[in-house]
Write a protein that binds this ligand. Sequence first.
Ligand code: UTP
Length: 289
Amino acid sequence: MTKPLRKAVLPVAGLGTRFLPATKATAKEMLPVVDKPLIQYAIEEARAAGIEQFCMVTGRGKTALVEHFDVAYELERTLKERNKSEALEALKATQVEPGSIVTVRQQVPLGLGHAIWCARAFIGDDPFAILLPDDLVLSETPCLRQLADAYRDTGGNVVAVTEVPREQTNRYGILRIGKDDGRLVEVTGLVEKPEPKDAPSNLSIIGRYVLMPEVIGHLSKMERGAGNEVQLTDGMAKLIGNQPFYGLRYEGRRFDCGDKVGFLEAQIAFALKRPDLADAVRGFLKTYV
Ligand code: UTP
């Protein structure tokens, strides 16, 4: 019997340098795709996968991320007085179970591995999910739901993976793979940002993980990896051989919203899925391309 997956860590303490100046005084994860901030997509996806407890790893200037899931009394009262029922409805999706979101602070952004280690008290002895809110996935079944199902079947670590062009392996965590049934691949090794000539495959990890708590022990050694950061990939690599470790080729399309082009593409893709916007967007796109 695998332990149920109920916890998720959302690391949001990065500097978001690729989006300056937009991210000077606001968090990257508050940037909206259409009309919803990235963090809300992540929380909604996690809830759809059965997650009940959330830990945001925050840093300086990130308070709006917490505020977003609070009750906005004055705003709600004003909307009620003005009979703005649609706007009130939109706010409903930001309501979460009281006490279900906790935050921990990563005072200095020393890397994703360090951010996860900062959530160690929240994780305890339980399996946990990680969602990087700047990776957005458009899919039939929410991406984390797919991972949670694979975790239930395999009882170990599962990361979402996708093929990337060879020349881009130095941007991602890359898998060395064993058995491969076309959907689920056995992970025999992990390398963070290898040069194309050194990359063991072109299967890269995206920002969705289900991990076992033992990864914290490896991260606590604070070994610096690529970019002189404490890399989650290096901590995960140490689990291989001791625990099941799989990559899941998820169904869906990923948008790297930490990157300008990926972010712009997400706006179009998500807007085209919206019945209230699709026609208008299709119409104006024709005038540009
Ligand atoms: P990124 O690699 O996208 O870094 O982090 P970043 O700082 O957010 O953005 P750029 O590269 O400067 O533009 C991936 C995820 O890990 C979190 C980020 O918030 C993001 O969700 N992260 C990264 C941390 O929480 N702490 C860190 O020390 C590093």
